[in-house]
Design a protein around this ligand. Sequence first.
Ligand SMILES: *[C@@H]1O[C@H](CO)[C@@H](O)[C@H](O)[C@H]1NC(C)=O
Ligand SMILES: *[C@@H]1O[C@H](CO)[C@@H](O)[C@H](O)[C@H]1NC(C)=O
Ligand SMILES: *[C@@H]1O[C@H](CO)[C@@H](O)[C@H](O)[C@H]1NC(C)=O
Ligand SMILES: *[C@@H]1O[C@H](CO)[C@@H](O)[C@H](O)[C@H]1NC(C)=O
Ligand SMILES: *[C@@H]1O[C@H](CO)[C@@H](O)[C@H](O)[C@H]1NC(C)=O
Ligand SMILES: *[C@@H]1O[C@H](CO)[C@@H](O)[C@H](O)[C@H]1NC(C)=O
Length: 309
Amino acid sequence: MAFKSWLFTLILTSICHALDISTSAAAKQTTGFVTAPGASLYYETYGSGPLLVFISGANGDADIWRPIAQNISTYNNYTVAIYDRRGFSRSALATTTTQNYTQRLHTDVNDTRLLIDALSPGEPATVLGTSSGAIVALQMLLTYPDSLSTLIAHEPPALTVLPDVLKLKAAQTACYATYRAAGIPPAMLQFALLQDPSFTPGSASSVGFTIDTRTSAYLSGNLQYWFEREFLQYPFQDFNVTDFDMYKEKLVLANGKTTNPVGSQYRANEVIANETGLSVKYLAGSHVGYSGTTMVEFAKDLMEVLRGR
Ligand SMILES: *[C@@H]1O[C@H](CO)[C@@H](O)[C@H](O)[C@H]1NC(C)=O
Ligand SMILES: *[C@@H]1O[C@H](CO)[C@@H](O)[C@H](O)[C@H]1NC(C)=O
Ligand SMILES: *[C@@H]1O[C@H](CO)[C@@H](O)[C@H](O)[C@H]1NC(C)=O
Ligand SMILES: *[C@@H]1O[C@H](CO)[C@@H](O)[C@H](O)[C@H]1NC(C)=O
Ligand SMILES: *[C@@H]1O[C@H](CO)[C@@H](O)[C@H](O)[C@H]1NC(C)=O
Ligand SMILES: *[C@@H]1O[C@H](CO)[C@@H](O)[C@H](O)[C@H]1NC(C)=O
């Protein structure tokens, strides 16, 4: 059940919200771009109060967060910012500057910091990163702790902290080879099975495995960019788990209540929890519990975790 529909949800949610932008315009507070070296970062904010930033995972796109950002803004406790990471959706790369892809993770970290500096000058922010975005978030905690008041790492696939890292890297590399040889849908299926061996694509999720630019203009490009620039980089980031000890006051480790515990992104948090003495917090839903039917409950769980911090 756990992972069953994360990809499907990710894709369908992206599609729905791509079509939904105009209807949600009433609740929108601000939209803009932050200029970063080599890219322009698209963002939206909702509500008022201290800044809470969401960092996207695989498809890099802000749209999946829009419903929860709007919902959290009704609590009147946070300005919620969502944004497209560089190279995804509306955050275009500059045509006149080269990207340094050996520095890609640190560039992503710098981008998040620039966004915080622009939206909350001189004040640290609460940041929640999920999946690949949780790798960005964890690296940000190590690089710019002063920019953060609380950092929530939601299911980071931090393979290097796990005892079976070599096996996991080999399996991830095999998925990438499938992507190169046979394209995104079969590679996605292989990847889904890695995270949850009980995953079975039903007829509905088979639809989700078809990347059709007629239903979402960004999806195909986003997933291709993710495979090329992050799939074998972010999960392989060489974290030393003891480095997190120093920042544990700011760190919240969060996993999905219904995520399959065998997945690397779930186990990584357990290892970091063991090292730091923190306890893992459980938020509604599975890997993409912040969207779809578990969104309202996820928002409640998150507010509960943040209350009094
Ligand atoms: C949004 O959040 C509130 C709590 O502030 C909740 O009661 C409500 O059901 C949510 N609304 C929607 C449309 O999700
Ligand atoms: C990218 O960054 C690395 C590490 O800082 C550096 O060694 C390399 O020269 C850079 N490459 C380009 C093309 O700027
Ligand atoms: C990140 O920003 C810092 C501070 O501005 C800068 O020194 C560093 O080179 C940047 N790193 C990358 C990869 O752009
Ligand atoms: C991790 O960091 C600790 C403390 O700085 C150090 O003693 C240890 O050797 C490091 N481990 C690795 C694998 O680099
Ligand atoms: C956590 O630590 C306990 C005790 O050392 C160990 O038995 C367990 O396997 C560890 N769990 C993880 C996920 O590292
Ligand atoms: C919102 O902020 C107020 C004032 O700080 C606090 O009393 C309340 O518990 C907060 N609510 C949530 C949901 O965090």
